[in-house]
Structure formats: structure tokens, C-alpha cells
Design a protein around this ligand. Sequence first.
Ligand code: PRP
Ligand code: URA
Length: 210
Amino acid sequence: MSQNVTYLDHPLIQHKISMLRDIKTGTNEFRKLTEEIAMLMGYEALRDLPLEDIEVTTPLETCRTPMITGKKLAIVPILRAGLGMVNGILALTPTAKVGHIGLYRDHDTHEPHEYYCKLPSPIEQRTIVVLDPMLATGGSAVSAVDFIKKHGGKTIKFMSIIAAPEGVKRLCDAHPDIQLYIGHLDRELNEDKYICPGLGDAGDRIFGTK
Ligand code: PRP
Ligand code: URA
């Protein structure tokens, strides 16, 4: 598969994804796990964040030492389920700006519909990290990246906890210039375009709706 896709096979991530899948995992635990997985994935996905040397005085001397340039990062969750990953990334980079893209999948056609879009401006110089726990057909991910590019976004990473092969292919084909970070690649989509084995409806499980 594409060189732009990184599968995060760390045991801590895999263990927590297994807990997330479990039908017995309730809303509170599901939220906590989603946040923790996002943070662990973010550790890897943000390894190329730009650094800037600043002057720091230690108890012994003054030195120049690298710090992340916080202004350069934007996090963009896809509503609703992507919201569950935001705090995990903000725990790593508290000064990041946060944009939102509202998309829902039509139950019959499975195509995404946009209902909200608010991105930090200007966005051209930022690394943009799009968050969505589920990459199923890839329709929502492709639309979200389309919007971001239309607004001027150039450096884009997409983080997803569980993906189907169909979604990874569709996103890579549509946007070969972005980096994908996937927690686990599942077997397939079922006829309702749910990921199998998956974890069910991520938005419903995070927000306790149904
Ligand atoms: C889910 C999920 C993704 C999308 C993935 O959202 O959070 O955004 O489906 O499916 P796709 O790859 O086939 O587009 P949903 O549309 O259920 O909205 P919700 O988060 O508001 O529940
Ligand atoms: N959206 C979800 O929340 N789960 C899936 O399996 C597919 C799309």
C-alpha cells in the first residue's frame, strides 16, 4: 500500500483499540479510550512538527534549545466523532488552533453531506491534522480534505483509529499528497458500509446516542 500510510502497530494502541471495539465498553470508557488512542497516535503523527530554537536559562547556563512552534498547527475534527480525539491531541500541543468540519453520511446513499465548516485563518502555513476515528468508504475524509484544500490548506495529515481498505484506497487516490495515520486496518465494509469487525457507530458510542 501507499508510502503515505502509516499503520500504528504499537501494543498500547492495539490494546486500547480492542477495548474500544468491545460492545460492553460504555460511553464514559469509550470517550476516555478514544482520547488516549488519539494521544498515542499523535505522538507518532506529529514527529515532524517544526521546531524552533529558543533561549532558555537552566540553573547552570543559558542555551538555545528546540521548542515546537505552536502557531503552525491546526487540528480539524470531523463532526461528530472526530471531537472525541481532540483532547488527546491538545494534551500534546495545547496551543494548536482547532477548526471544525461538520459532515454526516446519508443513511441510504452513504454519501457525506456538509453542514458546518469553520477553519483557522490563515491556514496556508499550518500543518493541519484532520481527526476522524472511522475511515469507512472514505467519502467523508475526501470531502473534508477537499474543503481544507479549497480554503488554502496544503500540509495535511489524516488520523483515523480504524480504517477499511476501501477508505484508505479512496483517500490515497483522491489526495495522494497527504499523510495517513491509521490505528488498525480492518477486514472490509459490510453492505451498510460499516467497518467490520469495527466498533459500530463511533459518534453514537462517544455521545451515547442511538
Ligand atoms: C462517521 C464517521 C466518519 C464517517 C465515515 O460519521 O465518524 O465521519 O462516518 O464514513 P465514510 O468513510 O463512509 O464517509 P457519521 O456520518 O456517522 O456522522 P456522526 O459522526 O455525526 O455520527
Ligand atoms: N461510521 C462509523 O461510525 N462506523 C463505521 O463502521 C462506518 C462509518
